[in-house]
Design a protein around this ligand. Structure first.
Ligand SMILES: Cc1cc2nc3c(=O)[nH]c(=O)nc-3n(C[C@H](O)[C@H](O)[C@H](O)COP(=O)(O)OP(=O)(O)OC[C@H]3O[C@@H](n4cnc5c(N)ncnc54)[C@H](O)[C@@H]3O)c2cc1C
Length: 483
């Protein structure tokens, strides 16, 4: 296994990881260049988030132990997320780990690196030749060095119904602009790249299926986060910024997933980092294969987030003295149904995983993965509606943490916010609720509707891949018996 140009590591622990981030990467936050993301009050929240893969913020010792495993082939201890699923049971463990870590830190956990590794290994097994060798060497290095890669898939895209080559500006999709003897030069931009600002490497994946004439766009490659010409403009963490008092923002003030507008301004990529080049078929397949792994991760973390919503809904119901009220029971059951349907989908996607013969990797079942994801996209706002219905207007109108810090006002809060539980307890519960529906509510709503692909993406995939022959035959049999 040769080393890869520009790659850091191995990162043995949190300290190694944090130490590796001050590497000259070009990151902007609210118009200002940030030289050290680990020291920035907001960007460090994304560092904490990636840090969870090293145990940051995870109190449960047993869970911390489950984050790593010894890989006999690599002869190294690596992130358990890099454990290649070799059976439905391994897929199930992957679901469970994502679910448990998400529950533990209260914010979504998506190990994008391993989604990209498994997806690309499967496609590479079909690529053959030097591309396959390159890819295998690269992903082995990534796993062995325990690096976190951001997945830069979705291009800025410009006019939505125009194809990449039809856009007014060719750079609205990332594309190869020059071929050299030692590599390629790429230009363009990706949007919404989660935690790119805190990653070691970016895996740049095709964001759609391509047609003839779009070969320059049909590429996949990786770059280190400090690659020359790479610029990341981080979105504002409005939830964290609004958590002005430490009583508010129980989750938002500790960790954040931060997306960036990721610009490739004539970035040079050596051949050893290019895995798909001007290959329409392979690029299209990689786009879909990465999406499958990533959506399985999505359904898994969404179950963890949904458990939080059940906890909130039930405690608020009890705090308000609403137990046994029929329409409130229905709201609670709606939240439970939302969580458990997704859990069933994630588990079924694992149990009915499909073996990829060439690699031996078990892939999540695409039907259950996409149904779970589509269900999540379509129903999240209904669950927030249920929470708000149960809670009443106090979901937004509760006083602030600063009011609680004022002794006189705290007495008022205790007296006037008491209901079925003491005022102080109910007040704190409503601060957590307000974080879910307001402070982080906007971020989490958009995440649930669009992250890992919008409804349309799952819809198209389900329609394309569902086995309609079986149910059609049922009707055809009846038809055949008619006179
Ligand atoms: C919080 C968050 C985190 C994310 N993290 C990542 C990440 O780490 N890496 C990454 O690559 N991406 C990431 N994404 C991107 C995510 O996959 C996209 O948001 C999603 O695929 C939708 O694409 P879009 O945002 O460009 O919206 P659009 O594609 O503009 O979609 C908006 C609407 O237009 C419709 N539409 C778009 N194009 C067409 C068309 N040609 N024909 C008909 N209808 C169309 C869509 O169906 C949808 O209804 C993230 C998104 C969010 C919100």
């Amino acid at each position: 296994m040769g080393s890869i140009e520009g790659m850091v590591g191995p990162l043995k622990d949190l300290e190694d990881y944090k130490g590796s981030l001050c590497d000259g990467r070009v990151v902007f936050y609210r118009g200002k260049k940030v030289d050290d993301v680990t020291k920035h009050p907001i960007l460090s929240l994304a560092v904490n988030h990636v840090g969870c893969f090293f145990g940051e913020g995870i109190e449960d010792n047993e869970l911390r132990k489950r984050l790593f495993y010894h890989d006999p082939e690599l002869k190294a201890t690596v992130s358990a997320f890099y454990k290649e699923p070799r059976s439905p049971s391994d897929l199930y463990d992957r679901f469970q780990l994502t679910y448990d870590v998400t529950k533990s830190i209260g914010v979504l956990v998506a190990h994008i690196s391993s989604d990209a590794v498994f997806g690309s290994k499967i496609v590479a097994s079909e690529l053959g030749g030097e591309y396959r060798e390159r890819l295998l060497s690269y992903v082995e290095n990534v796993a062995k060095n325990n690096l976190f890669m951001a997945g830069a898939q979705i291009d800025v895209k410009g006019h939505r119904t125009l194809r990449p080559a039809q856009q007014k500006d060719a750079d609205l999709y990332v594309h190869a602009v020059e071929e050299k003897s030692d590599g390629i030069v790429v230009r363009g931009a990706k949007l919404h790249t989660s935690n790119a600002i805190a990653c070691s490497e970016l895996f740049v994946l095709p964001g759609r299926a391509f047609r003839e004439g779009e070969e320059d766009y049909a590429i996949a490659f990786t770059v280190p986060a400090n690659a020359k010409g790479l610029k990341m403009i981080c979105r504002p963490a409005i939830g964290a910024e609004a958590a002005l008092n430490d009583l508010e923002g129980a989750r938002a003030s500790k960790v954040a997933v931060l997306e960036s507008l990721t610009i490739f301004d004539n970035v040079f990529v050596p051949w050893e980092r290019v895995f798909v080049y001007k290959d329409i078929e392979k690029a299209s397949r990689l786009a879909l294969m990465f999406a499958l792994w990533h959506r399985f991760t999505a359904v898994s973390y969404r179950v963890g987030l949904a458990d939080h919503l059940i906890g909130l809904a039930k405690l608020v119901e009890e705090a308000n003295g609403l137990e046994r009220v029929p329409h409130i029971q229905k709201e609670i059951v709606d939240v439970v149904t939302y969580a458990e349907i997704q859990k069933m989908c994630a588990r079924m996607a694992a149990y009915e995983g499909i073996k990829h013969e060439a690699t031996g990797i078990y892939m999540p079942n695409s039907i259950y993965t996409n149904i779970g994801k589509l269900y999540s996209n379509a129903n999240y706002l209904n669950v927030i509606h249920s929470l708000i219905d149960i809670a009443g207007g106090l979901a937004i109108t509760a006083p602030s943490g600063d009011d609680y810090d004022n002794e006189e006002l705290r007495k008022d809060i205790n007296k006037y916010l008491s209901a079925a539980i003491p005022g102080e307890e109910r007040f704190k519960l409503f601060l957590i609720l307000r974080e879910a529906v307001a402070l982080m509510g906007g971020e989490e709503s958009v995440t649930h509707i669009h992250a890992e692909g919008s409804e349309r993406a799952s819809l198209i995939e389900l329609y394309r891949t569902y086995d309609f022959d079986r149910p059609k035959q049922l009707i055809q049999r009846l038809l055949s018996k008619m006179r």
